[in-house]
Design a protein around this ligand. Structure first.
Ligand SMILES: [Zn+2]
Length: 495
C-alpha cells in the first residue's frame, strides 16, 4: 500500500451525511485507490506530458460516478477546483492549474486504456482482480469475515449462531441502460402508465433517435421485463451501520446470477482460510446450488424454500394434508429403549411437518414442524458432509425423539437440499440470518442512490458501465474503511 500518503488535513467526517467533495477526498486518500492506479500503466511518460497521472484520471472517473454524470462532474470540478488541487496534491497526485473535465477521463478510458489493454473490459478485469484482493484486507480491518471471538469448534449448535460478520450476501441488481425509455418519458408522450417506479412496467426504447442512431446499446441484457446490465454483488456486513464491504462484482449476462455468484464464491473461498461461514442469497437457489456450496465450499446456505416465504409454514400447522400430497415420507426415530418409532412427515415450506392420522375420513393432519436442534459439518479431503438433527416430543413414548438427517440427501425422491432449509423458517435464528439479505438490497439502494445516483447506467455500454460500478465499489469500500477500518481516522479528535 502507498505509504507516501500524508494524513488527511480534515478533522473528521460526518459519515452519515458526507458531501460529494468529502467522498472524493476519502477516495483519493484511500490506499486501495492508489493500489488500483498502480495496476494501470503510467500515463504521459513517453509522449507529450499528460494533464495528470493515471491516478488523477481515475479520480476524475470516480468524480463522474459520485456526481452522477459527466457534465455535473465537470461543473463541480471547475467550481471547486482550488479545493481539488489541494486534495489531489495532498495525496501525491499532480493537479494542473486548469480544472480537469469529464472529457479527460473519457479520453483516458476510451483511448489510453483501450490502447494499453485492448478493451475497457480487459482493463476492468485487472481492476476487479485488484479490488477483490484489496476488499479482503479491508474486510479484515473492519472485523468482517475473520471473526476472532467465534469458533464453531465442538459446539454442536455453533452453526445456528454464525455471526453476521461471517454471513456472505449475494444479490443481483439491474441498471437500466442509458437510453432506455422510462415511464416518466412515456407519461409525457402518451399520457398513460401511472406506474413511475422501476421494474414492472418499463419499456425499452427500440426506436431510432433523430440522428438515426439506434439508442439501445448493443450489449444490454434482456430478461423478462428487465433490460439493461445485470451484476451480482457479493458483500459482507457487520452489525453497525456502514460496516460493510463489497467483496466482488460480476456481470451476469442475461441475468443468470447464480452461476456467476457461485464462481465469485469459489474465488473468494480460495483466498480465505477455512472459516466457518454462511451464505444468504436473495434469489432462486436450486437444490444443486445448495448442495454444491455446502459440499464443495463448506458454506451453510440459508434461503427460503422455493415458492414459499419464510412465514408460510405458519399457515400449514394444524391443517389437513391433501390427498394429493406427494411430499409424505416416513422418518425413523429410535426411542431410549431401542424401539423404532416411525413418523410420517411432510416436507413442506422448507421444513418437515410431522403428521398424524386424524379420525376424519382417514386424512392426516399436520402437526408442528420438527425442530432443527443442531447442524454439523465434517470435512474430509477438501469436501464437506453435513448433518442436521431434528427432534420432537413424542406423546406415545413420553420423551423427545431425535433423528439425524443428511440435508443434501434425497428422501424418497425429494431433494432435501432444495426443499428442506438447514436453518428452517421456524427457527429463532432464521430471521436474524436470512434477514441479512435485506442489507444486500439496501446496499444496492445505497450504491444507486448515493454513488451511482440513478437506476440507469450513466455510460453507454456494458463495459463502461461496469467501470462505473468498479468506481462505486471502490468508493463504498473506501468510505466504510475510513469510518471503521482505519486507525488513522479512528485516532482523529472527535471520534
Ligand atoms: Zn415415539
Amino acid at each position: 500500500m502507498n505509504t507516501a500518503i500524508r494524513p488527511l488535513p480534515m478533522r473528521s467526517y460526518h459519515f452519515d451525511n458526507l458531501a460529494h467533495i468529502e467522498r472524493l477526498e476519502i477516495v483519493v486518500n484511500d490506499p486501495v485507490f492508489h493500489l488500483l492506479a498502480a495496476q494501470l500503466p503510467p500515463i504521459g511518460t513517453t509522449t507529450k506530458p499528460a494533464a495528470t497521472s493515471t491516478a488523477g484520471f481515475l479520480f476524475v472517473g470516480v468524480a463522474t460516478v459520485v456526481y452522477g454524470g459527466d457534465d455535473r462532474a465537470t461543473a463541480e470540478l471547475r467550481a471547486h477546483w482550488t479545493s481539488f488541487i489541494r486534495i489531489l496534491r495532498n495525496a501525491g497526485i499532480p493537479a494542473p492549474s486548469q480544472p480537469l473535465t469529464a472529457q479527460h477521463f473519457r479520453d483516458f478510458r476510451d483511448k489510453f486504456l483501450v490502447r494499453k489493454f485492448g478493451s475497457v473490459a480487459a482493463a476492468n478485469d485487472v481492476l476487479k482482480a485488484a479490488l477483490r484482493a484489496a476488499a479482503l484486507g479491508q474486510a479484515r480491518d473492519l472485523g468482517l469475515l475473520h471473526g476472532h471471538d467465534w469458533t464453531v469448534a465442538d459446539s454442536t449448535n455453533g452453526w445456528f449462531d454464525v455471526p453476521r460478520e461471517r454471513v456472505l450476501i449475494a444479490d443481483g441488481t439491474w441498471f437500466y441502460e442509458m437510453y432506455e425509455k422510462t415511464p416518466p418519458d412515456m407519461n409525457q408522450r402518451k399520457k398513460k402508465r401511472k406506474n413511475k417506479r422501476a421494474g414492472s412496467k418499463r419499456q425499452i426504447r427500440l426506436t431510432r433517435s433523430k440522428v438515426g442512431v439506434r439508442r439501445t446499446t448493443p450489449d444490454a441484457d434482456y430478461q423478462g421485463k428487465a433490460h439493461g446490465y445485470s451484476h451480482a454483488i457479493l458483500s459482507v456486513r457487520g452489525d453497525d451501520r456502514h460496516r460493510s464491504i463489497v467483496l466482488d462484482l460480476a456481470r451476469c449476462p442475461k441475468g443468470h446470477e447464480m452461476g456467476v455468484v457461485t464462481e465469485s464464491l469459489v474465488r473468494l473461498r480460495n483466498r480465505l482460510p477455512n472459516e466457518d461461514m454462511a451464505f444468504v442469497y436473495d434469489g432462486a437457489m436450486r437444490g444443486k446450488h445448495h448442495k454444491q456450496l455446502r459440499e464443495e465450499l463448506g458454506l451453510l446456505t440459508i434461503n427460503e424454500a422455493p415458492g414459499h416465504d419464510g412465514r408460510a409454514y405458519r399457515q400449514y400447522e394444524g391443517t389437513q394434508v391433501p390427498k394429493s400430497s406427494t411430499r409424505l415420507r416416513d422418518l425413523a426415530f429410535t426411542t431410549s429403549s431401542g424401539e423404532t418409532c416411525m413418523q410420517r412427515v411432510e416436507v413442506l415450506a422448507g421444513q418437515m411437518f410431522r403428521t398424524e392420522a386424524s379420525a376424519l375420513r382417514g386424512r392426516r393432519q399436520r402437526q408442528q414442524p420438527l425442530d432443527h436442534v443442531a447442524v454439523r459439518r465434517f470435512e474430509s479431503d477438501g469436501t464437506y458432509r453435513w448433518e442436521v438433527d431434528v427432534e420432537f416430543t413424542c406423546t406415545t413414548h413420553h420423551e423427545v425423539h431425535r433423528a439425524t438427517i443428511d440435508p443434501n440427501a434425497t428422501m424418497g425422491g425429494i431433494a432435501l437440499a432444495e426443499q428442506l432449509c438447514a436453518v428452517p423458517p421456524n427457527h429463532e435464528r432464521f430471521r436474524a440470518l436470512y434477514g441479512v439479505r435485506n442489507f444486500a438490497e439496501s446496499l444496492n439502494q445505497y450504491l444507486k442512490g448515493t454513488i451511482m445516483h440513478t437506476e440507469r447506467a450513466r455510460s453507454t455500454n456494458g463495459h463502461r458501465h461496469e467501470l462505473d460500478l468498479i468506481f462505486a465499489m471502490l468508493t463504498s469500500n473506501a468510505i466504510a474503511w475510513a469510518e471503521h477500518g482505519s486507525s488513522r481516522y479512528a485516532a482523529l479528535p472527535g471520534r
